[in-house]
Design a protein around this ligand. Structure first.
Ligand SMILES: [Zn+2]
Length: 487
């Protein structure tokens, strides 16, 4: 039953019996497309905050905001985001309020966007729509700026996504449409500009796409646009937003990767790359300090997007690479670039840095943690390429991944306490340093640096008695403390 119908029924009953909303509550279900939309405040703001909205769009195009515990998203955002679901409401609420969810079920997916679950490959053309609020005349950047942002040359987003994905994706065919005027004034879409989460993302999407629909063919002559950047000429609420939206445009019903961008967002292309990353389904990356701030790892555009980033005179701070877990989740490592050690194994391999386009070595080590849902990813990072050149250092980075966290990948930090911002030595594993998770019987040593990465030795399980450093007794459980203090 649709919520609008329920509301009518509730209204009728209220007229006669006047019960409270609480006693009215009856579980009800809704089917639709679930989308997670992430909101990011200006990196220049004193206290960066993340926000997350979970939205359900039904087949009629009505969008409802949901609230639910992380427990209901078991299996992680890649399992649920963009999927067709049935939600069971915990209570009936007023139409303008988010619906609390008691249960969630994956449904058959008859109109999925034609991609493997979680993976992103092939051409992904985006269209940037430049939308002015009816009462704001300013045009912060011109059309040429937004067209040039998509270029396939260093600093352009087509070039960027090709490098980050090893040419698994491109955004060739992306374009921009010159400024148009929305039907509503600024505060009709954003009641509290610059703060809170008040921006009406649904109305902004619906109105901005409707205004340009007279001269934009979203079906794009048979190769529909993959994503839509909504570029606005004034601030939204707290944030720039990125995620997805299910809608029917020019006869195409599907999930459109979508971002909502205020002027401070397109002042730095790294922010646009970050929001497009949300559009591709990526959550935030995090570091090891356990605070609620996911913008404190400089190793991923999906964390501290503009820190340790390459500067461009036109497009500001550019995007960086995403961490190896994120690339792996999107299907961007060919099988021959992934290494997963067997149990009770001792292997030395060459690990090339992840910005290297043409690598004949491994670029990702994935180490499962036995008897858990978690694993480690190991990657090499060099200050190299057009986007990673300003990173804090050349080193090996180790993430612990737990898909059930809202930010699954946390960059491991051996310092005690972990650094608030992960440009520290404890996060950077260098030649001679040892990583050990004694309980999981996982040990890793950085043996040497090469022109393109590092030589590393991975020892799992009972094979851990071979290092020539005094630990030959195999009791590797003592290593963690030694490592933690040694850096
Ligand atoms: Zn974000």
């Amino acid at each position: 039953m649709k919520r609008a119908q329920l509301s009518s029924i509730v209204l009728l009953i209220c007229l006669t019996a006047v019960p409270s909303w609480g006693t009215m509550a009856k579980p009800t279900s809704m089917d639709g497309w679930l989308h997670i939309v992430w909101g990011d405040s200006d990196p220049a703001a004193p206290a960066a905050q993340q926000h997350r909205k979970i939205l359900l769009t039904d087949d009629a195009g009505h969008t409802t905001e949901l609230t639910m515990s992380n427990e209901l998203l078991r299996g992680g955002v890649f399992r649920w985001n963009g999927r067709r679901v049935r939600v069971f409401a915990a209570a009936e609420v007023a139409a303008s309020q988010p619906v609390p969810v008691a249960a969630l079920r994956l449904m058959a997916d008859p109109r999925a966007p034609g991609e493997e679950l979680g993976g992103v490959s092939g051409s992904q053309p985006w269209i940037s729509l430049l939308c002015k609020f009816a009462d704001v005349a300013d045009e912060p950047k011109d059309l040429a700026f937004f067209e040039g942002m998509f270029a396939n040359q260093p600093g352009g987003l087509d070039h960027y996504w090709r490098e980050v994905s090893y040419e698994t994706i491109d955004i060739v065919g992306s374009t921009a449409i010159d400024w148009v005027i929305l039907p509503g004034i600024h505060t009709s879409y954003v009641p509290t500009p610059g703060s809170g989460t008040s921006a009406d993302l649904t109305q902004l999407f619906d109105d901005c796409t409707a205004v340009v629909d007279l001269f934009v063919d979203f079906s794009n002559g048979g190769t529909p646009f993959a994503g839509i950047n909504l570029m606005f000429n004034d601030v939204l609420d707290c944030c720039a937003w990125g995620g997805g939206r299910f809608a029917t445009l020019d006869g195409i019903s599907k999930t459109w990767r979508t971002t909502w961008e205020p002027p401070w967002a397109y002042a730095n292309e790294g922010v646009i790359a970050h929001e497009m990353g949300h559009g591709f389904g990526l959550p935030h990356a995090n570091n090891w300090d356990g605070d609620g701030n996911p913008y404190d790892s400089p190793w991923d555009v999906m964390s501290a997007a503009t820190s340790y980033a390459v500067d461009d005179t036109t497009y500001g701070r550019l995007g960086k690479h995403v961490n190896a877990y994120h690339k792996d989740q999107l299907g961007w490592f060919a099988a021959e670039r992934r290494y997963e050690p067997a149990a009770d194994s001792d292997t030395t391999i060459q690990l090339d840095h992840t910005a290297l386009a043409e690598s004949s070595n491994y670029q990702l080590i994935r180490i499962p943690i036995a008897k858990s849902d978690r694993w480690y990813t190991v990657e090499a990072r060099f200050r190299s390429g057009d986007y990673d050149a300003s990173l804090p250092g050349d080193c090996v980075i180790i993430h612990q991944v737990d898909p059930n966290r809202s930010e699954p990948a946390w960059a491991y930090d051996a310092d005690d306490p972990p650094a608030n911002f992960s440009d520290n030595e404890g996060t950077m594993w260098r030649v001679g340093e040892l990583f050990s998770d004694g309980a999981a019987q996982i040990n890793l040593r950085v043996d040497a640096q090469t022109d393109t990465g590092f030589v590393v030795t991975i020892i799992t399980g009972d094979a851990g008695n071979l290092f020539e450093d005094g630990f030959e007794n195999g009791d590797t459980s003592t290593w963690s403390d030694a490592i933690g203090g040694a850096l």
